[in-house]
Each structure stands twice: as structure tokens, then as C-alpha cells.
Write a protein that binds this ligand. Sequence first.
Ligand SMILES: *Cc1c(COP(=O)(O)O)cnc(C)c1O
Ligand SMILES: [Zn+2]
Length: 388
Amino acid sequence: MFLTHLDCPRCGAQHDADRPQNLCTCGSPLLARYDLPAIANAVEPGDVERRGADLWRYRELLPVRSAEHVTTLGEGWTPLWPAARYGPAIGLNRLLVKDEGLLPTGAFKARGAAVGVSRARELGIRHVAMPTNGNAGAAWATYAARAGLAATIAMPHGAPVITRQECLVAGADLHLVEGVISDAGRLIAALIADADGAIFDVSTLKEPYRIEGKKTMGLEIAEQLGWRTPDVILYPTGGGVGLIGIHKALLELRTLGWLQGELPRLVAVQSTGCAPVVKAYDAGLRQVEAWPDASTVAFGINVPKPLGDELILDAIAESDGTAIAVDDADMLADLREFGRLEGLMLCPEGATCLTAARLLRERGWLGADDEVVLLNTGAGVKYPLDLA
Ligand SMILES: *Cc1c(COP(=O)(O)O)cnc(C)c1O
Ligand SMILES: [Zn+2]
């Protein structure tokens, strides 16, 4: 296929894509690069449009070389619904919601897991390990089982119980830890160090292929709009992989010549209980400081110190976007209002984007006729919300 190498966005070093790789020697995440001119010669948008309704329709822009390694449960090609009542109610005439809650394991983490596990299997990896806030671990355990790989997962006690059950059903070696995801990360790092190369670290952004799966959200948004971009994309940002991935996808499509014009303004939405990216953005910094005592019911975005901070902040800056934090109480009220008007139960992370859209419209950062896409990153039914 068209994967050429891995690139370090910080120091520019190139790395061999055909053996397992974690971070660059400089400590930065690595990005997969493709022979885009060759792809442009080999395939056109019309070819993609005739393919199956899953993320493998973009196979030339994905890192898995051989179809026999593709590990799938039917992930991708989620609907992009107009919010025809809720949008105008908050002053947005063209609000669209991409519903990732329909994916296997009930969250968009399935995209990263499907591609990451497929590529790990192709590279001969037999055992993967990661810390998680729940949904990523559930997805990776599920796809690892599907691929016949072993999985070790560590998550905070407070993670949604259903995600534990998903890991256990998939036969993962599950560890529950006190604290937050970074505490789970320390446990995983110790297990990997003891395993002498037998366990591969698939922590967020520590391997380069999860982001390739997540970037398909951006590819789909462009295709679903008829190979054009919306004005703004709102993304609930924890590790930021989806935001970085969407940005990467749109740049690749532009290089392919499949997309013209401006990039959409990318908005990182966080919780006021854990807003390290917003704080760094507001201070004009390029790195985040760890957020103390991080806490939000939007568990998937409770990430005190994302490893991809520079990439997140660059994506926001390059696209002329912004970063905004919202309160849990406001988010839950908006989640209910959206359900009342549209019928769909967003996940709390997705619902943070409702509050962000409302506030950004009030402040005039969004115009009434801006076309705004928000990502509902998971299924509301996965969460034990106490709404009564
Ligand atoms: C993981 C997760 C997020 C945050 O995703 P990143 O790409 O790591 O920022 C958002 N929503 C849900 C439901 C998640 O599980
Ligand atoms: Zn580097």
C-alpha cells in the first residue's frame, strides 16, 4: 500500500514504519506518512464512494498493507445528522451532529482500535497494553480479542463500569487503579518494563496508528458533505487524538486535491474540571501543564496532561480555531435539552460540544449561518448518569 514512513512532527526525524515504533527519540508522537501523489494517481473520490460503509473505504490512506490483517467489526461511516430543532434554538441554522455512538463498543475509540490493532497484528505484535479512562480500553480489548492478541488494560476505579465489563468479556487482563488515567499509565509502564519486549505499549499517541483510525472521522465528514469542509468542527478533547487526526485527514485530502479551500476552524472543547488545553491556549503556550485534581462526568475527556499537546495546539492555531471549557451542570442541562428536541441521547463528552456551541454563538465567535459539525463521540447509554 501507500504508507512510506513515520515522521516526527517535532524534530523532523524519519522512522521505519515496518517495525513496531513508539515515540520519537525526542519524545514526540510520530505521524504516519503516505505517498499522496501515488494515491492521487491510483484512486479518485468516486472510487471511494462506491465502497463499503466502513472506514476501510479509505484503505489507501490507512497503514494496513495487507487485507488479511484487517480486523473489523463494521466500524465507521456513522451518520451526520442535521440538528434542525436544537440548532436554531441556540441560534445556529446549520448545526450537524456526527453520531459516533453507533460504532462497535459504543464509542469512536473503535476507529483507533480497529486500525491500531490491525497494524499491530501486521507488525507481528502479540500483546498490547494501555491505560484508559474506559472507552479506549474497551475498544482495544475488543479488537485485540478479535485479532487473537492479548490485551492488558489499566483504568481508574471511577471509569464507567460497563467499560470494565467490556474488557473482561474480551478476556483482557484488567487492572483497576486509584486515581486518574496518568496513575493507570504508571502501572502500565511498569508492567511493560518488566515484560522485556513481550508487551507493546499502545498508550494514547505512543504508537502512531490509533490516530490513523481516528482521522477517518475527518475523511467521512468531508465525503458526507460532498468533498467539502464545514466552517467549524467542535471536538470534545481529552488526549486530543481525534482533533489531531481530523486536522491530519483534511490536510491529506487537500494535498490529494480532493478538497479545496480553507480548513474548518477546529475547536477543542474541555470541561472546567479538566481544561489543560484551554488554559495553555488562553496563555498562548505550546505545551500544557498537568491539571491538578482533574474531575468531570465526561470521563473520556478527563486527561490532565495530554501527550499530544503541541499537536493539538498547532491544529487549533493553524485552523484559526479556539479552545473552550464548559461546566458539567450546563453540559447535562444541554444534553437533556438536545434529547428533548432531537431524540438522541448524546454522551457527556459529546454534550460538552452543545454547551460550547451555545456559548460560542452567544459570544459571536460562531455566526448564525456557520456550518458547524459537532462530534458525539459515544453512546449516551454507556454512562450511569444521575439525571432524576
Ligand atoms: C476518549 C474519548 C474522548 C476524547 O478523545 P481524544 O481523541 O483522546 O481527545 C471523547 N469522548 C469520548 C466518549 C471518549 O471516549
Ligand atoms: Zn523527534
